[in-house]
Write a protein that binds this ligand. Structure first.
Ligand code: SAM
Length: 282
């Protein structure tokens, strides 16, 4: 890429940050640029400068650009074997270690249209029963994309979307409404959807389980490192981190230790607190 082109691309990033508050500087450059160029091509813009002009004149273009650059692909029980492991092996000891009425705090980061958060709601209901799920679980689900969040809040899905569900789950967890399926209302109320930018906003804290799947991989190594140290802070000392199948801990491997590496499930390694360090000092 020519250096002039780079300067023009930086100007576009700066424009998006200033005019819309979205900071895309930490996304992997080449794939992000490819997506922007696809959008430019659709609009007949032959340079980044032209595209900034287009965005100025057509404010609605921003929504379309967002849906191209933020990849909302998701599904229920995505990578089914990893979810089985979470449900059958990783979560039971975590739940057993808690006293019976203690809250259970969970965060689905980059939740897209809500399938992941609703998958969590189903497996926690299987493990705890619906009453304890409603009473004890706080399930936060966030994304940067308001459009995706609006789908998630409606919690209605097509028959096709429900295909990955294990046998019996559709009947237990969804009600038919017209030709769509809606997630059970009593459980739906537990899931709190909100807008949160993983790069710029402070994390939710004291979490038992943090699910950040197929989102980290869109960021460059430096930004992944910043995000991972925030996720580490967000977890309680006994908390568990669940990443996507294609995601590796590129940095900060000392902050997490694998529970099951192939399913990308990790335990937090607590940071020694000041008291410990004072004791260790000769
Ligand atoms: C491919 S989807 C992953 C959905 C789900 N976690 C899964 O694994 O199926 C990636 C999501 O990350 C969201 N995302 C991208 N940048 C983000 C940011 N800075 N903060 C929060 N979410 C972001 C996108 O809007 C998109 O919904």
């Amino acid at each position: 890429m020519l250096s002039d082109d780079n300067t023009a691309f930086e100007a576009l990033l700066e424009y998006l940050k200033r005019s819309r508050g979205f900071d895309f500087s930490g996304y992997k450059r080449s794939s992000f640029q490819r997506r922007v160029q696809k959008q430019m091509h659709l609009r007949g813009a032959s340079s980044y400068e032209d595209y900034i002009d287009y965005l100025e004149v057509h404010p609605e273009e921003f929504v379309s650009l967002l849906s191209t650059v933020l990849i909302n692909v998701t599904s229920f029980f995505r990578d089914a074997a990893a979810w089985s492991y979470l449900q059958e092996q990783a979560l039971p000891p975590l739940l057993l270690a808690k006293s019976p009425n203690e809250p259970i705090r969970i965060w689905s980061v980059g939740c897209a249209s809500g399938e992941e958060a609703h998958t969590l709601a189903m497996i926690l209901t299987e493990l705890l029963g619906a009453t304890a799920f409603r009473q004890r679980v706080k399930l936060y689900a966030t994304d940067i994309d308001e459009d995706a969040l609006s789908h998630a809040r409606h919690a209605t899905y097509s028959q096709r979307d429900l295909e990955p569900l294990p046998e019996g789950y559709r009947e237990r967890y969804f009600e038919l409404s017209g030709d769509r399926y809606i997630f059970r209302a009593d459980l739906r109320r537990v899931v709190i959807f909100g807008r949160h930018d993983l790069v710029q906003d402070a994390p939710i804290s004291r979490l038992d389980l943090l699910v950040c799947r197929n989102t980290l991989m869109y960021f460059n190594a430096q930004t992944q490192a910043r995000i991972l140290s925030r996720l580490h802070f967000a977890l309680s000392n006994t908390g568990v981190l669940f990443l996507g199948k294609a995601e590796m801990l590129l940095t900060h491997t000392n902050l997490f230790t694998p529970i099951n590496l192939s399913h990308r499930i990790f335990a937090k390694v607590p940071k020694p607190n000041l008291g410990d360090r004072v004791l260790e000092t000769p």
